[in-house]
Design a protein around this ligand. Structure first.
Ligand code: FES
Length: 356
């Protein structure tokens, strides 16, 4: 005897719709007020809106299919693009196709959803009463009782040896994050405030490691990068010690002065024959400043366009750098070469370190 398959309970469900209501059971339900009462939109208006929404959803579907096609069909790899084709152009073409199709798909989907909500669903204001947040006294009592019972069952209150050894076991784990701080390395101490420059250390050219006399920068407007002699292989030292020398014509350079309460205290003349030395490390985020405009005396940082006035203590005149490029005091040593008269008097590089 063949068995006939059982009829599914309830009506057939259509994909994309909620589950159908279960078969009616014989229970008497008091009629209630509908949860939301609002006028439905006019049928003609609703039909037009539905057609528009459907068109947008179809557009979204087509754009989605096009996105997948573009991803699969437009080759970007050097080994997969046609011979002789430019890989940059191929990548650009792929990006345009992917971006356009995805944008259209998302835009159409969003627009369709908005029209659906605004023109097909009723405009209803719903208020929800806020309830008091504190629990009822009996709930709190029940919680306290359950907690005490749980503690008693776990024996944590009755067995002090176990409790104390548990606390002991967890103590090192609580301290573990502090121990991990050691991996950050030794504290920098004052290293970040100093460079290897010191009195008498010669400035040598970056390329040829040649010491310089002031006569070597005879032409006003010239700029040259120098490093401290003997440190050409010390990357750590060079990271902070790069310096630019700039030669000025007589009268062009404004020597910074130091006033206290309106009284001239000192003239900070750290130059030699109108040659001035500034740190090469930008005070913004540390890029090497590399460009010098002879006519305006501006030093430019190529990273974010900070501009420093070389004729006025390398003060910032434009850009995000928060302070002037530190100046290296210059002198002529016993051999007649340009050398440092001391280390920088301010930390070089990003001003973050000054705040530490
Ligand atoms: S690093 Fe120089 S402007 Fe940002």
């Amino acid at each position: 005897m063949s068995e006939t398959p059982e009829e599914p309970a309830g009506p057939h469900r259509v994909i994309g719709t909620p589950f159908p209501a279960p078969k009616a059971v014989d229970v008497h339900v008091e009629p209630t007020e509908p949860a939301f009462s609002a006028e439905p939109p006019a049928p003609r208006h609703a039909d037009n809106a539905e057609r528009l929404v459907a068109a947008l959803f179809i557009l979204a579907f087509l754009a989605g299919v096009a996105f997948i096609w573009a991803f699969v069909a437009i080759e970007v790899g050097v080994s997969t693009i046609p011979k002789g084709a430019n890989p940059v152009v191929a990548a650009m073409r792929s990006n345009y196709a992917l971006g356009t199709t995805l944008s259209v798909a998302l835009l159409a989907l969003g627009a369709g959803s908005i029209i659906w909500v605004r023109h097909l669903t009723p405009n209803i204001e719903i208020e929800e009463e806020r309830h008091d947040l504190p629990s009822e006294p009996q709930d709190r009592q029940a919680f306290s009782r359950d907690f005490a019972e749980g503690a008693a069952i776990s024996q944590v209150t009755k067995r002090p040896l176990m409790r104390r050894t548990l606390l002991l076991a967890t103590a090192p784990l609580a301290l573990a994050p502090l121990v991990l701080l050691r991996d950050l390395g030794p504290l920098p101490q004052t290293d970040l405030r100093h460079t290897v420059w010191r009195k008498g250390l010669k400035a040598v050219t970056l390329g040829g490691l040649r010491p310089l006399r002031s006569a070597d920068l005879a032409t006003p407007g010239s700029m040259i990068t120098v490093i401290p002699e003997g440190y050409q292989d010390d990357a750590n030292a060079l990271a902070k010690a790069g310096v630019i020398l700039i030669k000025f014509a007589p009268g062009e350079l404004h020597i910074p002065t130091n006033y206290n309460g309106g009284t001239l205290v000192s003239t900070m003349n750290w130059t030699v024959d109108n040659i001035v030395a500034y740190s090469k490390i930008c005070t913004h985020v540390g890029c090497p400043v590399a460009l010098y405009e002879q006519t305006t005396h501006h030093i430019l940082c190529p990273c974010h366009q900070s501009t420093f006035d070389a004729a006025n203590g390398a003060n910032v005149i434009f850009g995000p750098a928060p302070r002037a490029l530190p100046q290296l005091p210059l002198m002529v040593d016993a051999d007649g070469y340009l050398a440092a008269a001391s280390d920088f008097t301010q930390p070089v590089g990003p001003s973050f370190w000054e705040r530490g």
